[in-house]
Write a protein that binds this ligand. Structure first.
Ligand code: SAM
Length: 188
């Protein structure tokens, strides 16, 4: 068996922790690959809340979901840093994914940033269920990427061990700065 790359492993981790019927979040919808995966994972009784700042991403994803006849998804054209405005106050969250950086094939200047990514993470963590998982797929090869990663690592490494398991999954001998995973699991 070949070791999985970060993208594949992010789905493996979510498959192992999210349950059918859960409420989940795709914080960076893009072309909707993760949104579609989450939609199928939680099934018709589940709910996917998705965010992107680019209208083209929301449109492409809505079309992808319609073609797949998936209708348990709510797509929001806004930054994920506004997550608390859209997440019902007492809503528990089974899982969340952030696929950071820029959307391949689109404007490379539209990237995620440490401050807004952290605001979103801080908005979601209090809602995570016990054993719920927040997965960050981290790209850091583009301008601004390393700065975002540094902020995320500083934050994640300081999370209290009694409350969260924090995992880093990374190939450390590969060229071209392949993406890696930071995954945060709620323990209590
Ligand atoms: C690497 S792409 C996501 C790819 C996507 N998961 C897919 O399956 O195609 C990153 C996305 O984050 C979006 N983005 C950037 N800043 C954002 C923010 N503050 N809130 C939500 N999305 C953001 C970009 O517009 C871009 O579509």
């Amino acid at each position: 068996m070949k070791l999985a790359n970060a993208l594949t492993y992010s789905h493996t981790l979510l498959s192992q922790t999210v349950e059918r019927g859960n409420y989940v979040i795709d914080a960076t919808v893009g072309n909707g690959h993760d949104t579609e995966f989450l939609s199928q994972l939680v099934g018709p009784k589940g709910h996917v809340l998705g965010f992107d700042v680019q209208a083209a991403a929301i449109t492409a994803t809505a079309q992808r979901l319609a073609e797949a006849q998936l209708n348990n998804t709510e797509l929001i054209l806004a930054g994920h840093e506004n997550v608390e405005q859209y997440l019902p106050v007492n809503q528990s969250v089974g899982g969340a994914i952030f696929n950071l950086g820029y959307l391949p094939g689109a404007d490379k200047d539209v990237i995620t940033h440490g401050a807004t990514t952290l605001a979103a993470i801080n908005g979601i963590l209090p809602h995570l269920k016990r054993n719920g998982l927040l997965v960050l797929v981290v790209y850091y090869g583009h301008p601004g990427g390393q700065d975002e990663v540094n902020q995320l690592l500083t934050f994640a490494q300081a999370l209290p061990q009694k409350e969260y398991h924090v995992l880093q999954y990374q190939f450390i001998n590969q060229v071209n700065q392949p993406p890696y995973i930071i995954a945060i699991q709620k323990r209590v």
